[in-house]
Design a protein around this ligand. Structure first.
Ligand SMILES: [Ca+2]
Ligand SMILES: [Ca+2]
Length: 322
């Protein structure tokens, strides 16, 4: 009968931790205040902690003393994105200043790490440009078919193409000893949207992950994404060309890259759609045919929140910028 006292102790510990957890939250809630800077509203807890992203499952808080750097970073990201959209290139000085600002709220990077971050930022700018191009193409072929978001009336082409998503467990489970790939980046939701084009129906699937973790410069890259997108969640997409049963990955194709690739390439390709989506890299590049990490155990997602909306709807649901 020795287990009884042990169970009682364990239950006691659970009750204590539950109670203390709640009291901390209540204390935070009581002391919440707001600060408005340059038209943006920030939530401040206990006069010290600022919520920079508290939409969706992943949160990002910063010390209030760092707030001016974060705001400067957000504004510079806006300018860089605008310059890139208008001119097709950006000032190297702006990118260097952006990286200095990122270092100001994370840590000093080595020369190699700075180069790595610069490449990630330039790839990201280019990628958004390409994604916008694909969206315009779809819309120009689109006869604006809007389909209801009621799950009871999910269209047949969505029911028939819902993906099974294969994600490595190391990306999902929390592993504090595996720095910086600590996990906790599970699939959060799947968004669907149907375009009626001149060559048939095209289903857009956006997959939302709680975060993504770069193997070497995760903190710095997270801050860039936070400034640029107003969220920590990572959103990747693919299209299913229904009549051909083809999956198209615009800048989201992994090819042969595997999970821990240091300098991932955002590739574009079409494959026969298998109904399976393999998440092959840490930044969630995909393939419908090839698992590039056959030795990593995986979670197969067959259950997930399924939400009607396009890429921008998914972005705005999780971003503090919309
Ligand atoms: Ca991360
Ligand atoms: Ca990603």
């Amino acid at each position: 009968m020795r287990w009884k006292p042990l169970v009682a102790i364990l239950l006691g510990l659970l009750i204590v931790s539950e109670t203390s957890g709640k009291s901390t939250e209540e204390k935070d809630d009581r002391q919440v205040a707001y600060i408005v800077i340059d038209g943006e509203i920030f939530k401040v807890y206990n006069n010290t902690k600022v919520a920079l992203d508290d939409e969706g499952p992943s949160k990002y808080y910063a010390n209030i003393r760092e707030l001016p750097i974060h705001i400067a970073g957000m504004r510079l990201c806006e300018k860089i994105s605008k310059d890139y959209a208008e001119r097709g290139y950006v000032s190297q000085d702006d990118i260097d200043i952006l990286i200095k600002l990122i270092e100001g709220v994370t840590k000093e990077l080595s020369t190699a790490e700075r180069q790595m971050l610069k490449k990630l930022i330039l790839d990201d700018l280019d990628r958004n440009f390409q994604i916008e191009r694909v969206r315009r193409q779809l819309i120009s072929q689109n006869s604006t078919l809007e389909i209801t978001s009621q799950s009871s009336s999910l269209p047949r082409e969505v029911l028939e193409t819902l993906p099974k998503i294969y994600q490595p467990w190391i990306d999902i489970l929390y592993n504090p000893n595996s720095v910086p790939i600590q996990g906790l980046n599970p699939l959060v939701s799947v968004w669907w949207y149907v375009y009626q084009t001149s060559s048939g129906k095209v289903i857009e699937y956006n997959l939302v992950f709680a975060d993504e973790d770069h193997p070497l410069i995760d903190g710095a890259y997270d801050v860039y994404r936070l400034w640029k997108y107003g969220r920590i969640e990572d959103i990747e997409y693919f299209l299913v060309l229904y009549s051909e049963n083809t999956a198209k990955f615009p800048d989201s194709y992994s090819k042969d890259q595997n999970f821990l690739v240091i300098k991932p390439e955002h590739l574009t390709s079409n494959e026969q759609y298998s109904g399976k989506i393999y998440i092959n890299t840490w930044n969630h590049m995909m393939s419908s045919q090839k698992d590039t990490n056959p030795y990593l155990p995986k979670k197969i997602w067959t259950s997930y929140p399924l939400i009607h909306g396009n890429r921008n709807d998914a972005h705005c649901y999780y971003s503090s910028q919309c």
